[in-house]
Design a protein around this ligand. Structure first.
Ligand SMILES: [Zn+2]
Length: 114
């Protein structure tokens, strides 16, 4: 039984935007994103890596961060890793932060009352 470790989630979809293929200047891609995260039992704690590749649908060339321009890369990155996808993979660290804040508030309230 694996108590904790690393997992990855793969997102695969087509993408059409302002990002251009460095070979043929076409704008339709099949993009794949890999989000890696640490888990404890079945609970995702925090994500630590987001990588993506874009495969041109016309010429088939595969591009990564080096080949795509910055604007195109960040546009694909936003599409593949929106907040709703990454938030869930940071559930553990967000919950721990919330508990820490609530505990701090409780200590503060008790200190003020007494
Ligand atoms: Zn191309």
């Amino acid at each position: 039984m694996i108590i904790w470790g690393f997992k990855k989630r793969i997102y695969d979809q087509t993408f059409s935007g302002t990002a251009e293929c460095p070979s043929c200047r076409q704008r339709d891609f099949r993009v794949q994103g890999v989000l890696r995260y640490v888990h404890l039992f079945w609970i995702p704690l925090f994500s630590f890596s987001k990588k993506l590749t874009a495969e041109c649908l016309k010429c088939g060339s595969v591009s990564g961060k080096k080949e795509l321009n910055d604007a195109g890369y960040s546009e694909i990155r936003k599409e593949l890793f929106p907040l709703k996808r990454t938030l869930g993979k940071n559930f553990g660290i967000l919950t721990a932060a919330l508990v820490f804040i609530l505990f701090g508030l409780m200590v503060l309230v008790v200190a003020v009352i007494s």
